[in-house]
Design a protein around this ligand. Sequence first.
Ligand SMILES: [Zn+2]
Length: 244
Amino acid sequence: MVAAHTGASVLTRSSVGPILERGNVVNVVLMGPPGAGKGTQAGTVADLVGVTHVASGDLFRELAQQDSELAQLVQAYMNRGDLVPDDLTVAVVMDRLDQPDCQNGFILDGFPRTVGQARALDRRLSEESRRIDQIINLVVPEDTLLARLSGRWLCRRCHSSYHSLFSPPTWPGLCNRCGGTLYQRDDDTLQTAKRRLRVYERDTMPVLDYYRAAERLVDVDGDRPVGEVSEALREAIMTSRMDV
Ligand SMILES: [Zn+2]
């Protein structure tokens, strides 16, 4: 990295190519609590800046369909109800990041979830002379998160879906379409939402501290209209691309 800024090396034609190419690569981790809108934003922004969106949740769902050695190892842990060890989880993610479409940059969402995973990811990437250039933390106040996470209501009769923030029924508790009563699934209750945020704080806040200590973390305000958040994320990533 440093060599790019020292006089002589940038003057030789042969070294200019790779450096300019490297300048276009940007590897990002998008962090944020449940309900912050990570998944949606990661997809949108990956398209805006021309890199690949890697959602770790999808990787594990896809793995269940595969029958590679790695898939079988992971499946064995999951079948026993055990936590998949960090090294194995990182192997699954690295397997994806090693694909050709990730060589020009990626936005990783849903991973790393623990400091152990963050360290292992750094180690594995550095073995390939790659790195995470930027970690973006989507910041959303807790009351907004709770409202987003616990706002979903379903109609008992016709199964229409409502959200108390985004698509409220005309009459509270009643379905617009059929007049049936609305209810919440266990996954959508306030209690479940609070529990998810506690788990995030316990396991994943230390990951933010780890990245913040390395001065690679940028906070972005996620408590505003979706389009504005996307634009702020795009700007943050483009800025980091210039810094490379
Ligand atoms: Zn209904």
